[in-house]
Design a protein around this ligand. Structure first.
Ligand SMILES: Nc1ncnc2c1ncn2[C@@H]1O[C@H](COP(=O)(O)OP(=O)(O)OP(=O)(O)O)[C@@H](O)[C@H]1O
Ligand SMILES: [Mg+2]
Length: 341
């Protein structure tokens, strides 16, 4: 099956000026390979600044890739007309308040893309379709007539989702789409996205720093660290049996029953400076398992048991034996940290 979206070695950079010094380049996204199949939900996780939004913006064509290829339905992006691509690939924003025009009634907001892209015959048809879509996303009748300011945060996000659905896209990119919402409202919106994805065979790239939210919604998970994908695979495998030490750190940050009993690993230190990335494996300065090779050679993404891929020089047995070698009596995180320091 042709992937819906395929990224091959995609780089995305920014040039930043710091005061009077010469401009420097931030390699926000580095050699990313990623595929999304039709109807598939892929989660993209990683800590702040790792490049999730830059990758999303690159996919949405809001930012040009510096290198690499993006294919949509097997065709290179540069061969696809921008407007046609926009109909196929839509976005849902983090902040439904800031992203909706305040002076426009909700019905009109949802109708707008259909009018711009002329997918309906006239304004009445667009408003009728908007009302249907708003029912589909669980908004009460009459919401069409309200302004964003008169709606709750959850309702506003539903309007944002209805607007994203208005052109009947095949892919939605949702960057932190529930992060700004209360936890109970988050659950409702996640359920709605899951339902829409099932019913409409909609593919979703769901970007979040919350790994458990991603686990709930997604079939596959990609983990980013400093602009690169360091692990990718079936959601259950990545979440429950992570291979990359960084993925384990992300998982261990959230205690759950599944992880009870397994020693936690913790990292010390802050994320690296993207303007001065570490040599070798970018995670090595914070990795409790780091060896000499990690400081000099960048590991490639390679296949792992469980159906996924990870970019670590060590396999599960080697990591397990490194872990077993530490003093069994002491706290896992700290001891592991000290072993390599
Ligand atoms: N407009 C910009 N100009 C210069 N650098 C930028 C710009 N936007 C992002 N960056 C840098 O690119 C890197 C990746 O940022 P990005 O916003 O993609 O990360 P993120 O994973 O989405 O983070 P967050 O979880 O905080 O949203 C960071 O080092 C960031 O400082
Ligand atoms: Mg972001």
């Amino acid at each position: 099956m042709t992937p819906l979206l395929e990224l091959r070695g995609v780089d995305s950079r920014y040039t930043v000026r710091r005061g009077l010094r010469a401009p420097v380049t931030v390699h926000a996204v580095n050699g990313v390979d990623l595929t999304i199949r039709p109807g598939e939900t892929v989660g993209l996780v990683g800590e702040s600044g790792c490049g999730k939004s830059t990758l999303s913006r690159t996919i949405l064509r809001l930012k040009q890739p510096t290198a690499g290829d993006i294919l949509f339905d097997g065709r290179p992006l540069r061969e696809i007309d921008e407007a046609a691509y926009r109909r196929q690939v839509q976005m849902v924003f983090q902040d439904p308040y800031a992203s909706l025009p305040q002076h426009m009634k909700a019905g009109r907001i949802v109708a707008e893309p259909m009018l711009i892209h002329r997918t309906v015959s006239d304004k009445e048809a667009a408003l009728r379709r908007a009302a249907e879509l708003m029912r589909d996303v669980g908004l009460p009748a009459g919401t069409e007539e309200k302004f964003p300011g008169q709606l709750s945060g959850g309702q506003r996000q539903r309007v944002g989702i209805a607007r994203a659905l208005a052109l009947d896209p095949s892919l939605i990119v949702a960057d932190e789409a529930v992060s700004a919402l209360d936890v109970s409202v988050q659950a409702q919106i996640l359920n709605l996205l899951a339902e829409l994805q099932r019913e409409r065979r909609l593919a979703l790239l769901f970007v979040s720093h919350d790994i458990d939210v991603v686990r709930f919604l997604c079939q596959r998970i990609a983990v980013m660290y400093l602009g690169r994908i360091v692990e990718v695979g079936p959601a259950a495998a990545v979440h429950d049996h992570p291979h990359h030490p960084y993925t384990r750190v992300l998982m261990d940050a959230v205690p759950t029953i599944a992880r009870r009993g397994r020693p936690r690993i913790e990292v010390r230190g802050d994320p690296p400076d993207p303007l001065d990335p570490p040599t070798g494996c970018a995670f090595h300065p914070r990795c409790p398992f780091a060896q000499d090779i990690c400081r000099t050679e960048r590991p490639a993404l390679t296949a792992r048991p469980g159906g996924g891929m990870a970019a670590c020089h060590f396999g599960p047995e080697e990591l397990a034996s490194m872990e077993a070698r530490r003093d069994p009596g002491s706290a896992a995180g700290d001891t592991l940290g000290q072993v390599t320091r």
